[in-house]
Design a protein. Structure first.
Length: 179
């Protein structure tokens, strides 16, 4: 089926227009049918808490853990020592992400807090849920003194994923781990 454009003999432009219109209509019908099917599937889905929210809510940080993490972040070494010893807390207590006060102190370059926590038995090679050690947190924080303190207490530069050594290379701070 061809339609000639008036004023031009043997033109096939009319055929192109007709095919384009037919193709557009077919495409529109297919899209509407797909949309209707998808709508039926969605309407038939049960609404459950798991289906309504694909993410599990993050558990809250217990108050005693929050207190210790805040003291480490702020650099209150004496107060942190008092809280941990008077309440018999584990110096490696963690939040839901596996972060310890030593990791927080290392990330913020709080060397006095690092020394107190190591003295109380904190593990310099413990991993958080991200695969970082306190040394990895110190490298990311950029504190040369925190890195030296942790290395002096047995922190391993090749432990973790990513390791502190790899983090130093990727951030251009290999000087932090240099002897």
């Amino acid at each position: 089926m061809t339609f000639d454009v008036p004023g031009q003999q043997g033109s096939s432009d009319g055929t192109f227009v007709v095919l384009a219109v037919v193709f557009g209509v077919v495409l529109l019908v297919l899209l509407v049918r797909g949309w209707l099917r998808a709508r039926r599937v969605i309407e038939d889905m049960p609404v459950t808490p798991a289906a309504a929210s694909p993410r599990t809510p993050r558990p809250p940080v217990p108050p005693h853990v929050r207190e210790c993490l805040d003291l480490a972040r702020a650099g209150h070494a004496d107060r942190l020592r008092e809280v941990i010893t008077s309440r018999s807390f584990d110096p490696d207590l963690t939040d839901p992400d596996g972060v310890t006060p030593l990791m927080v102190a290392a990330a913020h370059g709080r060397c006095e807090v690092i020394a107190v926590l190591l003295e109380l038995g904190a593990d310099p090679n413990r991993l958080c849920n991200l695969g970082l050690t306190p040394l990895g947190h110190a490298v990311l924080g950029g504190s040369r003194e925190a890195v030296r303190t942790l290395l002096a207490h047995g922190a391993r530069p090749d432990l973790g994923d990513p390791s502190p050594r790899l983090l130093a290379e990727r951030t251009g701070r290999t000087d932090l781990l240099a002897s």
